[in-house]
Design a protein around this ligand. Structure first.
Ligand code: PGA
Length: 232
């Protein structure tokens, strides 16, 4: 069955009450009935909020009996195990709430000088706790640590600009990464909205999307999920 990853990257947005409101609206519109009706595609919906929101969202998903359908991801992870690392959150701590983690986002590479070496450590830390890394690259030849199976291709010029990459060139990069780097799944990220998501999802080697700005609105993100229909 075709797997599709629909990932929300909330970045540094939403307070606890805003996240709560998002969830009530997100789960309250047509999304759940859409998911119940459309079972020919295995849709992995993954919400990646700030660390402080993970326990609240995990509790809500549990309450609504949706922990199986909607998963959580962190946006970062410590490269080190539990220990004297002030300000860091370890893989073991994250694993209580989340089964995915975004690693190597271009904002972190740029603002926090995350090197290939550090990113490799973060990937191993995640894998040791059975957390799946969503490893971001902005170029087809960027280093990908071993053990990564899920990559998000996000060209820097397309992030937060309203100028998404051409779907055909995103497809060419996705196909290259799968073939040359032996990666199972490649997502596209950068200015994805409910209006353009199908252009990416219909490419043969694109297995989903990583959505920033447009994932902050529950109606829009729900629409992105419902408009993401691959050619079967
Ligand atoms: P954007 O962000 O959808 O706002 O362009 C994507 C990302 O940075 O993951």
């Amino acid at each position: 069955m075709k797997k599709l990853f629909l990932v929300a990257n909330w970045k540094e947005h939403k307070t606890l009450s805003e996240a709560h409101q998002f969830m009530i609206s997100f789960l309250g519109n047509d999304l759940l009935s859409y998911l119940a009706k459309n079972v020919s595609v295995d849709r992995k919906i993954i919400l990646c909020p700030s660390f402080i929101l993970l326990p609240e969202l995990a509790g809500l998903l549990h309450e609504f009996h949706l922990s199986g359908k909607i998963k959580l991801g962190a946006q970062n992870i410590s490269p080190y195990p539990d220990g004297p690392h002030t300000g860091e959150v370890s893989a073991r701590q994250i694993a209580e709430f989340a089964s995915y983690v975004i690693i190597g986002h271009s904002e972190r590479r740029r603002e926090y000088n995350e090197s290939d070496e550090i990113l490799e450590k973060k990937v191993s830390a995640a894998l040791e706790q059975n957390i799946t890394p969503i490893f971001c690259v902005s170029d087809k030849d960027e280093f990908i640590p071993s053990g990564v199976t899920l990559v998000a291709y996000e060209p820097v010029d397309a992030i937060g600009t309203g100028s998404p990459d051409d779907p055909k060139s995103a497809q060419a990069v996705a196909s290259y990464i799968k073939e040359k780097k032996h990666i199972h799944y490649v997502l596209y990220g950068g200015s994805v909205t409910s209006r353009n998501v199908d252009l990416y999802i219909q490419q043969p080697d694109i297995d989903g999307v990583l959505v920033g700005g447009a994932s902050l609105d529950p109606v829009e993100f729900s629409q992105i999920i419902q408009n993401a229909n691959p050619l079967l």
